[in-house]
Each structure stands twice: as C-alpha cells, then as structure tokens.
Design a protein around this ligand. Structure first.
Ligand code: S3P
Length: 177
C-alpha cells in the first residue's frame, strides 16, 4: 500500500472534499495544497496571483508538493488544478515508488455548472462573464491539461457521484490491488 495518495483534476472536480473523505476512511492525515500555500503565504490564492504573480504561485506549489513527497509522512493530498501541468511535477510524481496519483475527471458540462457560481473566488475565472465564455475557457484548458491528468495511475469519472461514493471507489481500488 503506497504511503502517499495524490488527487488531481480540474477546478471543481471535487479534489478537496473527496480527499478529506478518503483520508478519513484510510485514517491518514489530509493535506490540501491550496490551503497549505495560503497558510504559508498568509494570503488568499487570488491575492497571491495578483500580488506575486502566477509564476510565483506555480513555483511555490511545485516546491511544496516535492517537499511533502520527500517528507517521511503518509497521507492524502489534493493538488490544485494546475499543479501537475507545470514544472515537470507530473513526471516527478510518476517516478516516486510510494506515490499513487488519482485523476478525478468530470465532463465539461459538470465543471461548467459547478464553477459558474464560484468564478469570483477563482483567479483564473474571474473575468469570464457568461456561461458560454466559461464553458469555452474550460474546454480549451482541459484540452491542454488532460495530457497531464491522463498520466495518473487511476482515473475516476465523477459525474453524478457524490464525494462519499467516489472516496469508497478509490478506497476499494487501493485496498484490492
Ligand atoms: C488553479 C486551480 C486552483 C488554484 C489556483 C489555480 C488552476 O485550485 O490552485 O486558482 O490552475 O487550475 P483548485 O483546483 O483546488 O480549485
């Protein structure tokens, strides 16, 4: 059984809530990367983007994940949506023998519906004024990012499933393989 379980996927795919549920079931500590960076920087993600810039944020997330992977802890970590797509992070994670990566996939429609009411809190989505603009943005973004997401050890389709069901599905995979 791997010591570190890493959940990845687009914004709104449920990484944080599923990660919490899975960690509870496994009796592992849970780490939320966005939260950890906000605590470290004493700023919200939006503030980090606007005050320090996207490159700074990407560097911090890549560094934080590596530090965690190399630390001697077990746990479940939820990445940010972009984390595996920058700085060779996905390649790095796949080389670690005690890491299992899990992609939570969701359709364009599901992601659009979930993210529409949350645009203000999300720095990359703040300027998208209509549902059509949001959907177009996600479509293009997913096209670029699924190349990385699909390299995960396991992909779970999350549409029409609740977080408990998804956590159980992952748990069964982990303990039956
Ligand atoms: C981002 C996703 C966010 C956060 C930041 C950038 C992205 O995390 O890291 O706003 O590039 O997709 P969540 O996927 O946890 O919302």
């Amino acid at each position: 059984m791997s010591k570190k379980i890493i959940l990845l996927g687009y914004m709104g795919s449920g990484k944080s809530i599923v990660g919490q549920k899975l960690a509870e079931k496994m009796q592992f500590p849970f780490y939320d990367l966005d939260k950890a960076i906000q605590e470290q920087e004493q700023m919200s993600i939006s503030e980090i983007f606007s005050r320090k810039g996207a490159i700074y944020f990407r560097t911090q997330e890549a560094r934080y994940v590596r530090d965690w992977v190399e630390s001697n802890v077990r746990g479940v970590m939820s990445l940010g949506g972009g984390t595996p797509c920058y700085g060779s992070t996905m390649e790095y994670l796949l080389q670690q023998p005690d890491v299992i990566t899990i992609y939570l996939s969701a359709t364009l429609q599901t992601l659009t519906d979930r993210l529409m009411p949350q645009r203000e809190q999300r720095p990359l989505l703040q300027n998208l004024s209509s549902e059509a603009a949001l959907s177009d943005y996600i479509r293009k973004h997913l096209f670029e990012r699924t190349y990385y997401y699909h390299q995960a050890h396991l992909t779970i389709a999350t549409d029409f499933k609740n977080p408990d069901e998804i956590a159980i599905e992952i748990y069964n995979y982990l303990y039956n393989t």
